[in-house]
Design a protein around this ligand. Sequence first.
Ligand code: PLP
Length: 509
Amino acid sequence: MAEDTAIFHSTRATTPTCTAKQAIRQGIAEDGGLFVADTLGSTRYDISKLQGKSYQEIAKDILQILLPDYSQEELSDCVKLAYADQWSNSDITPIRQLGNTRDFVMELFHGPTCAFKDVALQMLPQLMSRSQNKTEKSESNNNQNVMILTATSGDTGKAALAGFADVPGTSMVTFYPEGKVSRVQELQMTTQAGKNVQVCAVRGNFDDAQTGVKQIFTNSELNKNIEESSNTELSSANSINVGRLVPQVVYYFAAYKQLVERKAIALGDEVEFCVPTGNFGDILAGYYAKMLGLPVKHLIVASNSNNVLFDFLVSGTYNRQRPFHHTVAPSMDILVSSNLERMLYYMCDKDTRLIQMLMNDLAQWGAFEIPENVLAKIRAIFGCGWANEDQIREAISDCWNKYKYVIDPHTACGYFVMQHIPHDENAPRVLLSTASPYKFPRVVAEALGLKNVQNMDDFQCMDALSEATGTKAPSMLRELENKTPRFTDVIDISQMPSYVQTQANNFAK
Ligand SMILES: *Cc1c(COP(=O)(O)O)cnc(C)c1O
């Protein structure tokens, strides 16, 4: 392996370094930091090459720059498998214009689970499956399997299952809290196909399930047993993984290409992006795109009532000590936006000691404050706003009334923010739409003022929404009603370790 591809290191220390493959397999750095590469920005992507390229071709180009130790052939295979006919739109992430405005929506929800996480989670398993560097591994570790463990409050688990299903060298177990996810979410998971996946309900809430998974990762005896009995190592698929971040950079370029093709902009013109934000992965990818040379004027962070990022971007103080709100945009109900650490790293001139200090403060005091000059640099690029519960509903109804376009509650946060913050009329804006409205049919139907919603189940809400708006529910969601679950296990939290051991043995057979 050529030395110069070991370009990744922790945000909290400059050594040790590793390759993209190692970073993807490992997920998080040993010191708790996130993997970053100091080469980001040194290779630019020539945007004049975008024209005429398919999403898949752009993906290959971008991945090659950001993951240089994967071969061209490996990346071709990954892209071919990740962005094939499991997508219901051949542009993968098509854009639509809102009326005659300079505002556009990029639909990130045409993947197999109808949410934006598919863009990354269709790719990550392919990258992980090719992440083992055989020449570096000892004989006995050859062909070691990776088993992904997740605890999910509903959506991420399904997107990960769909991505890992039947990918060679990988397997996956997902735990979800019994009775705490919607019927649609539960059916999405329990009907998942694939020989290498397992879904299990646990008696407890989401935090219990998540703590259970974390304890399994740090249980060295269990990890050793699993490795010895089934040649399997445990890993996670969470959104700080380089292999989830990098695929998201691609659609910023794809949006730009579509704007040029529609003659909404000339090549080289600047564009703004507005991003419904939770863990800061989606919008961070926009920053990476800018570093790669995409003409991005501003990136606007849109939050819900968990507006910790808004306060941070206004004041320079990140304070997680605040009430946690369960909102109608649940995938953005987050108080610690993990991927922010990467943005801070680049914005403070790659000062690993400063990052280490800030993250210590966060762990110890629940808050940190960044220097004023760093805040000024961040604010030159990142704008922000947030929407409360009423404003989310208002936004869904406003967008429908004005543009006859139906949006989901997460996208609605972004829509609300776009309508209310000042902007340069010349630069077109692209709102990233992160979920199909049919994933949240009840909230959307209520926001549109449909009658009798309270007496309907989720599938009836889908039908009512369909009828009222003339749009069609994605068949993957609508057809769940008549599907029979494959997975029916329910266990106690205390049984999780032995459950994982048993599954690892089963998958290894
Ligand atoms: C995960 C998610 C988000 C937040 O994205 P981050 O990358 O975590 O900021 C927004 N909307 C939906 C529907 C999501 O699933």
